[in-house]
Ligand binder design. Structure first.
Ligand code: AHG
Ligand code: MN
Ligand code: MN
Ligand code: MN
Length: 346
């Protein structure tokens, strides 16, 4: 029997994490924290899977009085349920100092009755909300940051660390399969939920995103709102074999970032949500701290690249918990191409 698990000898997330701890890649407390998050994702997966039978579809709040989040979006019932599951699962474990979420105006310190840990957890509890009611893949995204000040309540400012400070990041995609994709800074690995056994099983160690691609993901309906670099870049993608890029590109857009990123993890591609006339005042559509940064960490650890078009994502200095950014991530060669158009057309 081999000492560590591999593709030929699959193992549970639990064993994988213990081996990562023995290799000196993670502290015991971080291992336990990831276990708690994975357990919460299992619960969310069960709730998502029940659909209409579980009464979890549709909008939160009372009829005619939608409940709005800090983003100005009407919350879905599952946005609220997933947020509650993650909050409850993480409150009492003793590994965290505080949590922050897309669905909460401010970060929350761990309640006084529980011990405090040395980590901060940020999450997008349910990504791809617009897909819930139509039975299309959704997901959860999370990011773990260090917290050094013992004996003090963490406040929003303590979370404003660049993506390079992340100790772990992951997402769970609730699709035909439930898959957890995780990095602790030593490669990106995928775990498929074995629904009968109830545990995540390592199914791909060391995901590698192909460096070149002929597939892009963008919401084309925003084309008329884009700025000149994006107009030029996508214009050349659409020009096909006889255009300046010299090849035909295919397009996919699930409208759940987790599902679009998961496709890129599997077969390559570039995902983009650029600045446009509709989101310019906010700085972009997607959120830096619990969408762009964790995905950027995962993608870089899989050999890909992630930028704002102008800067490496993980080096952006955050100024606000709910800060938004333009996003380009995926196959390294293509993300570099998108950056070149930004330099040449700005
Ligand atoms: P969320 O559901 O967490 O608010 O995130 C939605 C995001 C992301 O998942 C997706 O890539 C994008 O919004 C879809 O945007 P469009 O509605 O413009 O397609
Ligand atoms: Mn939302
Ligand atoms: Mn999201
Ligand atoms: Mn969300």
């Amino acid at each position: 029997m081999s000492l560590s698990c591999n593709d030929a000898q699959p193992c549970s997330l639990t064993r994988f994490l213990i081996e990562e701890q023995r290799a000196g890649h993670i502290e015991p407390d971080l291992r336990l924290l990831i276990e708690v998050v994975a357990r919460a994702c299992k619960r969310i997966s069960i709730a998502v899977g029940k659909g209409a039978l579980g009464g979890v579809l549709g909008e939160a709040g009372l009829p005619g009085a939608a409940s709005m989040n800090v983003q100005g979006e009407a919350q879905k019932k599952l946005d609220v349920i997933a947020n509650d599951v993650l909050m409850e699962a993480n409150a009492w474990g003793g590994h965290l100092a505080g949590l922050a979420s897309e669905e909460m105006d401010h970060s929350q310190p761990i309640p006084d009755e529980f011990p405090r840990g040395r980590y901060l957890l940020l999450f997008d509890p349910l990504d791809g909300s617009s897909n819930i009611d139509v039975n299309v893949s959704v997901g959860t995204i999370f990011s773990v940051l260090p917290y050094a000040k013992q004996g003090q309540d963490p406040v929003d400012a303590d979370y404003l660390q660049p993506g390079t400070a992340q100790l772990a990041a992951g997402y769970c995609v609730y699709g035909p399969q439930t898959t957890l994709v995780l990095t602790v800074g030593h490669g990106t690995h995928a775990f498929t939920l074995d629904r009968e056994v109830g545990s995540f099983v390592l199914t791909t160690r060391n995901i590698r995103i192909p460096e070149q691609t002929a597939e892009f993901a963008v919401n084309m309906s925003n084309q008329r709102h884009w700025q000149p670099p994006m107009q030029a870049y996508v214009g050349d993608l659409l020009a096909g074999k006889t255009g300046p890029r010299g090849k035909d590109f295919n397009m996919r857009w699930v409208a759940s970032m987790v599902a679009d990123v998961h496709r890129i993890m599997t077969r390559g591609g570039i995902f983009s949500y650029p600045l446009d006339a509709k989101n310019e005042a906010k700085g972009g559509k997607l959120r830096l701290m619990y969408e762009a940064n964790p995905m950027a960490f995962l993608v870089e650890q899989a050999g890909g690249a992630a930028t704002t078009g102008r800067q490496r994502m993980l080096e952006v200095r955050p100024a606000d918990l709910h800060q938004r950014v333009p996003v380009f991530l995926g196959s390294k060669g293509e993300v570099e191409e998108a950056g070149r158009y930004h330099r040449e057309h700005d």
